[in-house]
Design a protein around this ligand. Sequence first.
Ligand SMILES: [Zn+2]
Ligand SMILES: [Zn+2]
Length: 356
Amino acid sequence: MKARDPIADLRRIAFLLERANEATYRVRAFRSAAKALAALPAAELAERAAAGTLTELAGVGDVTARCVAESIAGEEPVYLRRLLATEGSDLDAEATALRTALRGDCHTHSDWSDGGSPIEEMALAAVELGHEYVVLTDHSPRLTVARGLTAERLRRQLDHVEKVNAALPEGFRILTGIEVDILADGSLDQDEELLARLDVVVGSVHSGLNDERSKMTRRMLTAIANPHLDILGHCTGRMVSSRPAGVTGPGDRGHRARSRKESDFDANAVFAACAEHDVAVEINSRPERQDPPKRLIRRALEAGCRFAINTDAHAPGQLDWQRFGCERAARCGVTADQVVNTWPAEQLVDWARGHS
Ligand SMILES: [Zn+2]
Ligand SMILES: [Zn+2]
């Protein structure tokens, strides 16, 4: 039998585990093994697999070594086969049409803030998913718990992204961006000059989520009117503990389900402002967020808003969570022409630039 690419198989397993919301340490075992083995010459890899000495290498355990040996022997690793057999449910036709129409993702994190993986890893996973772009939206300075980027670090990130982009396959691009905190007074937590320079700006409320209704409404309206804001992130801030169909496995270890009620704001006013300023309302696909809830997606639709169906991925496998957002969007009657990340990168960037 023809040998498979064992590194690709390990990375595929990590991806599927993340997508299934499995605990981080399990995913990490496969990613570290892939990294360790990728550094090895192919001949040595084959030799070690044959001699059973792969586990002598740092980062390679029994399970990962077995996967590699199976790959090299030309068999689909049992671990991978099992994961593929138990993965997600089918999307219905409308949701599938939406998912197919998406060309990218406008809300993703890397290990520069609170994500778990380097920018390069996130980009490669996005390429594999068939995306044409991802917007890198690490957190802003005041979100210190998430290692938000100071202006200086963000500037360094922009230089880094330029280098990473140059090495990525033709036809794919990392767009620059930020998930900027909407501060208590509705201002955005990053230098004006930097916000203007970024391709896409997502703004989210992460603090004072229990602000009383009129205060929260004012805060959001101020942010929406800010010419730098392009997308309003997870607008209610809610956390739900339920898990949508298709996310299987124990997974709650390290993702302890905590619920949080929706922030209270005047949704009619907020969505009317989004429509007026052409700010897209994010449909956040994270299983624990599912934000906004369907009744508010419908309200935004009636107000004439555009949408962005984003994953808010903090790890490569989570980039595939868009299907959850698509399912919810489709149930509410959102169509592809209303979703900004169905556009090619150029159009998205032009639209965002049109705001400021
Ligand atoms: Zn956020
Ligand atoms: Zn985020």
